[in-house]
Design a protein around this ligand. Structure first.
Ligand code: ADP
Length: 544
């Protein structure tokens, strides 16, 4: 996308004098090498997913200058990460760690506080330290992407090992896991599947969690808990440390797999569908994170712009959606279920027969024969992802809008028809109000589901950005009023979402603040991330 090539004024961290900051950067350059310290003063270029910028949020939902780092630094080892942290404490400069910054829809590479120094770990710390083919585990640095891990497993000829990948596989395994992202094999709960962290604390000490604390152990990646409190949790969705190594468990090749797709005709089928899915999912007949997606999303994921179907304002009319859907290989429908059965044929047959009998209880339900779906169909992207093969097809729906970007509303509920209906209607009402096309997908974990609604907008249109943000703020509030909370959110919505988890006069947030002040007395580590502000910032107008 073309951008004005205006010269940008230097961005300076709040509360630090310009010359002090530049001298401090120079000092850090002598430690890390001048080439590993870079000022953020060049014109911002959006690039694209695979060459994503670390200078700003590629999918900005507020003016892109609002969430920019002052500089980017590239440590090459845990020791250099420690040096950066000690430096930040010396000068009271906020730092913001990222692994690869491909957290699109949640802020990308951007820091929460403008002018923070971005600690881009992925650039130089990108080694796969171990792949253990007997224990089915690996040990990674932050710059290892799902693609790189998949390639490495293949290159070693380890056919018996599978990895798990999220919808879009170009990001970092560590980045995705610490932000509690998910994938679609039975190992899809990445946080639950990790084992062992190495963390640089905000005061510069290094710890290893779980068995990693026992010198000479050979169980760091096989037993996640070790002895004593399970401290890993405080390093996910937080700002209590920089993860420099992480262990991850790998899935055994199940000996065969088969994707399947069902379509359902009516919007109202949602209730019955979810009721059918619940016992099958909890009973592991449905073995992976089920995806029940709305047909409007299927149109968008075909990668075609909305203007091809409709030029008007407001949400795209339903009759047009269905008319176009009728021309898709799977035919017209309202909901599509994408699933995967694992194991050799006779094992799959047993499960698929149960699923077929249950799903067909919904009048009009159809099983789509994969042989009728062309090579480029979205079905095959879901097939690859559920088999642990990284993919980026999912991103195609940003083409729905010119300069397309996306941001998610992702509330959690139990797997119940009544909850699905309530959340769907709530989302639909607000989308209609703000004139935003509704792309809902229910992703069914084991005992809960995330409703993932992706709001797609023209990121160069301030009016549309505002509409999307206003819509999201209302959605979060509406959902919280019904008892639903988000599992993850964009930087600019973190205060609001954290604020909805406010039982007992905000006791949980107060606990996090207590931890923050104890672990990070100078408040340098990712201030404000996930709604946790250090005392230096609290109630001073930083919250939004
Ligand atoms: P990905 O490239 O996998 O999408 P990111 O690197 O963008 O992931 O990480 C998502 C978010 O998680 C970051 O914005 C950052 O706040 C946090 N994060 C990522 N990696 C680390 C890490 N190694 N240590 C601490 N926090 C991290």
């Amino acid at each position: 996308k073309p951008k004005a090539s205006r010269n940008r004024l230097p961005v300076i961290p709040h509360g630090v004098e310009e010359h002090v900051f530049f001298d401090a950067l120079g000092e850090l350059g002598t430690q890390l090498g001048a080439e590993n310290v870079e000022r953020n003063d060049k014109p911002l270029k959006d690039g694209w997913y695979e060459v994503d910028p670390n200078t700003h949020d590629l999918m900005a939902v507020v003016d892109e200058e609002e969430l920019v780092p002052s500089a980017m630094v590239y440590p090459g080892s845990t020791e250099e990460v420690q040096q950066v942290v000690l430096w930040a404490n010396k000068y009271h400069i906020p730092i913001f760690p990222i692994s690869m910054g491909r957290n699109l829809g949640y802020g990308g590479a951007a820091p929460r506080v403008r002018g923070s120094v971005l600690v881009d770990l992925g650039r130089r710390m990108n080694k796969i330290l171990d792949i253990n083919s007997q224990d089915y585990t690996c040990l990674l640095e932050p710059g290892v992407s799902f693609f790189a891990l998949h390639e490495a497993v293949k290159a070693k000829g380890y056919d018996h090992l599978w990895i798990d990948v999220p919808d879009v596989g170009g990001g970092s395994v560590i980045g995705n896991t610490v932000d509690r992202g998910v994938g679609y094999t039975p190992y899809g709960d990445h946080w639950a599947c990790h084992s062992g962290l190495e963390v640089v604390l905000p005061t510069g000490e290094v710890i290893r969690t779980g068995m990693g604390a026992l010198p000479g152990n050979n169980t760091w990646q096989t037993f996640p808990y070790g002895f004593g409190p399970y401290s890993d949790g405080i390093f996910s969705q937080s700002n209590f440390g920089i993860v420099t190594k992480m262990g991850m468990t790998l899935m055994p090749n199940p000996g065969g797999y088969e994707s399947f797709m069902y379509t359902f005709q009516k919007e109202d089928d949602l209730d019955q569908m979810i009721e059918i899915i619940r016992p099958l999912r909890i009973g592991n007949i449905l073995e992976n994170v089920a995806q029940l997606r709305h047909v409007t999303q299927s149109l968008a994921v075909s990668g075609q712009p909305r203007t091809k179907f409709y030029e008007g304002d407001g949400t795209i009319p339903e009759d047009i959606v269905h008319k176009v859907a009728a021309t898709l290989p799977a035919g017209d429908h309202c909901w599509a279920y994408y699933g995967m059965s694992y194991g050799p044929p006779h094992i799959r047959r047993y499960k698929l027969d149960i699923i077929d009998a249950e799903f067909k209880k919904v009048p009009g339900a159809r099983r789509i024969d994969p042989a009728t779906l062309p090579e480029g169909d979205y079905f095959w992207a879901r097939d690859r992802i559920a088999a642990g093969i990284p993919d980026i097809h999912e991103l195609r729906w940003v083409n729905w809008m010119p300069n397309g970007a996306h941001i998610a509303f992702s509330p959690v509920s139990p797997i119940r028809g009544a909850d699905a209906k309530k959340l769907y209607e709530l989302a639909k009402r607000r989308h209609n109000e703000f004139g935003i096309d509704l792309f809902p997908a229910f992703c069914v974990g084991l005992r809960e589901m995330h409703l993932i609604v992706e709001l797609v907008y023209d990121r160069d249109d301030p009016k549309r950005r505002k509409a999307v943000l206003d819509c999201l703020r209302n959605l979060i509030e509406d959902a919280a009023a019904c008892g639903y909370g988000e599992y993850r959110t964009h930087l600019v919505l973190m205060d609001q979402v954290a604020g909805t988890y406010n039982w007992n006069d905000g006791a949980l947030l107060k606990f996090h603040e207590k931890l923050k002040d104890a672990l990070d007395p100078n408040g340098i580590m990712a201030p404000g991330r996930c709604g946790i502000w250090p005392k230096q910032y609290r109630n001073r107008g930083w919250e939004m």
